[in-house]
Design a protein around this ligand. Structure first.
Ligand code: NCD
Length: 311
């Protein structure tokens, strides 16, 4: 297995790399699975969170993860940056962050440039982590969600997964499609308002589209709810008009497997894609995802640190 130098996408990420990251993340879980074991593996390194789009979980989880590994962390603040009012380009902002001494850059951006292209403008030694890019990729979220399922279900063989909501704009859905294809999930069904559900998610993964939400959820082992991304709808919310027909409520959860995991990468909109009693209910894994997100981001930074030292 080659060492990880950057984490840009889950497209083509080998199965062994998933297993390696799952193993590392497990090692970082504290006793009882609630806290995170601290180490010093990134002592002396600087991690810069460069978020050109808002974020709660991803940014905080990367920051906590980096600190838990002994790294120094600096957060780029978009609103007070020269990008905002002084028209500095995205690329020049990145060059500046690298020149300031970032060893790792966790980057979130609107997707105007694929992460691969950005490597050309960064020094060789800088590790780039995709913290969410346009509607295309959100590898760390895909990894933590897949690991959360693996921990609960023991594996992916025969697993029936239903993804609900705004699939069209979801980078999480695309990263999960790669993960589920590589890890060998039994079946993936997507459901939501017709204009927000593309016919295929990713060429390599067979996805069944079912606009009948009750049928889509029947017997599911995992339900993944996704937020309606109004900010990517160009000012018209027409496509999301029938969104309330796809809400995951208690009635729908009752149609799934009794052991179903209800997941959501967040941010959650209660009463829209998920009913409050489901979000807070016994089958909800939403806060486990958040907790696991710290250990998984530690695993990613730890593996990248190893790759960096070996280079
Ligand atoms: C998602 C994102 O930003 O891609 N959230 C996350 O990172 N946990 C999903 C969303 O914005 O709805």
């Amino acid at each position: 297995m080659g060492r990880l130098r950057h984490l840009l996408t889950l497209r083509g990420l080998p199965r062994e790399t998933y297993q390696d990251l799952f193993g590392r993340a497990e090692g970082f879980m504290g006793p009882g699975g609630s806290s995170v074991a601290r180490t010093e593996s990134l002592r002396g390194s600087l991690v810069v969170n460069a978020f050109f789009e808002p974020s709660t979980r991803t940014r905080l989880a990367f920051e906590i993860a980096a600190r838990s590994l002994g790294a120094d962390v600096v957060n780029f603040d978009l609103l007070s940056s020269a990008t905002q009012f002084k028209s500095e380009s995205f690329e020049d902002t990145l060059r500046t962050i690298a020149a300031l001494g970032a060893d790792f850059i966790v980057l979130r951006h609107g997707g105007e440039m694929p992460a691969e292209g950005l490597l050309e403008i960064l020094p060789k030694a800088t590790c780039l982590v995709n913290g969410g890019e346009g509607s295309d990729d959100h590898p760390s979220q895909g990894l933590l969600d897949a690991w959360t399922i693996q921990r609960e279900k023991g594996g992916f063989d025969g697993l029936r997964i239903a993804i609900f909501g705004d699939i069209l704009h979801s980078r999480v859905a695309r990263s999960l499609a790669h993960a589920f294809a590589t890890l060998g999930a039994g079946s993936v069904t997507v459901s939501g308002p017709p204009k927000l559900v593309p016919e295929s998610l990713e060429g390599q993964l067979k996805v069944t589209v079912d606009h009948d939400p009750d049928r889509a959820v029947a017997g599911a082992d995992v339900i993944i709810c996704l937020r309606f991304q109004y900010e990517r709808m160009g000012g018209s919310y027409e496509a999301a008009r029938d969104r309330h027909n796809y809400t995951i409520d208690e009635g729908r959860v009752a149609l799934a497997s009794p052991e179903v995991m209800v997941m959501h990468p967040g941010p959650i909109n209660r009463g829209v894609e998920i009913a409050p009693e489901v979000a807070d209910g016994p089958r909800s894994f939403i806060l486990s995802q958040v907790r696991n997100g710290v250990a998984m981001r530690m695993a990613i930074l730890d593996a990248l640190g190893e790759g960096r030292r070996a280079a």
